[in-house]
Write a protein that binds this ligand. Structure first.
Ligand SMILES: C[S@@+](CC[C@H](N)C(=O)[O-])C[C@H]1O[C@@H](n2cnc3c(N)ncnc32)[C@H](O)[C@@H]1O
Length: 267
């Protein structure tokens, strides 16, 4: 179906944002899935190009905050091509021996077969044990995991794609054990005033063109920019996390507020 322009439609419970468009709520997930299936082959390269490699520092900040150690059951929701999961695995594998690592189960959970397929290939290329890192299909709003089964939950640049963010956060709490850790990386302001104008020009003019040139997906990268702009601000996300029952919520702005590292616990 053809999506309507936002300004043509009244805000409604039955509609959801899809970038600057509003689409029937029930359609958003399949539109997002198709979009990520399309960008999957160039996704990791585009991340480096768009951010000049800075996303690596942000992801390192998440892994630092997690400070992972075996034994560990972790789910990386919206895990895509496995980038966060591989960083967590690598961090532990540098510090712990094979026997300790055998007690780790990392799950990459994502609804996009295309993203998961790239992730599985990356895991094979790295020679990771098949049982230790699993790739499963699933949505943040309905995780295919038992209650209190995970020591840690991560979601990196995924929350803004989740149609029902509150349901996604409630699921994070449900699958975490008591004392389990929640970490989320996401874009979203407010951005420091000194950076805001340059960031807006870069977002509107450079990112979609880069996406067109490198991945042949200009519209998809325009969605990315629009979805960042529509994502709630930091205080709103913190309030939603608290409402979902996550505790000791903390939000740390990164690079002048362009991204934020959210952390919390289930207690
Ligand atoms: C921008 S990518 C992030 C990938 C990876 N976490 C990273 O940081 O590089 C967003 C991911 O969210 C996934 N996604 C979209 N809707 C989702 C949902 N409702 N639940 C879970 N993941 C979703 C997409 O398939 C995509 O792989």
């Amino acid at each position: 179906m053809k999506a309507a322009r936002l300004e043509d439609l009244p805000a409604s419970e039955d509609l959801a944002d899809f970038g600057d468009q509003r689409v029937p709520r029930g359609e958003k997930a399949s539109l997002v899935r198709a979009l990520f299936n399309g960008v999957a082959p160039h996704y990791d390269l585009m991340n480096d190009l768009m951010s000049a490699g800075i996303h690596r520092q942000w992801k390192a900040a998440l892994v630092d905050a997690l400070n992972p150690a075996p034994p560990l059951n972790l789910v990386d929701v919206a895990g895509g091509t496995g980038d966060i999961t591989f960083r967590i695995w690598d961090r532990m594998a540098r510090r712990f021996d094979a026997e300790a690592m055998a007690a780790c189960r990392l799950i990459v959970c994502d609804p996009s077969d295309g993203m998961l397929g790239v992730g599985r290939d990356r895991a094979l290329d790295r020679g990771l044990p098949v049982a230790a890192v699993q790739f499963i299909g699933g949505m943040a709003e309905a995780l295919p995991l038992p209650d209190t089964s995970q020591d840690a939950y991560t979601i990196s640049f995924g929350l803004r794609n989740v149609t029902d963010m509150d349901a996604g956060l409630a699921e994070a709490r449900r699958v975490l054990r008591w004392g389990g850790r929640f970490l989320c990386l996401e874009f979203g302001g407010p951005v420091a005033p000194a950076l805001a104008a340059a960031y807006a020009v870069y977002s509107d003019h450079v990112i979609p063109r880069l996406g067109g040139m490198v991945a042949g997906q200009e519209d998809s990268y325009r969605y990315l920019v629009e979805s960042i702009r529509r994502f709630p601000d930091r205080a709103d996300v913190v309030a939603r996390m608290e409402r979902a029952g996550l505790a000791r919520v903390h939000a740390r702005p990164l690079l002048g507020g362009i991204a934020t590292l959210y952390s919390a616990w289930r207690i």
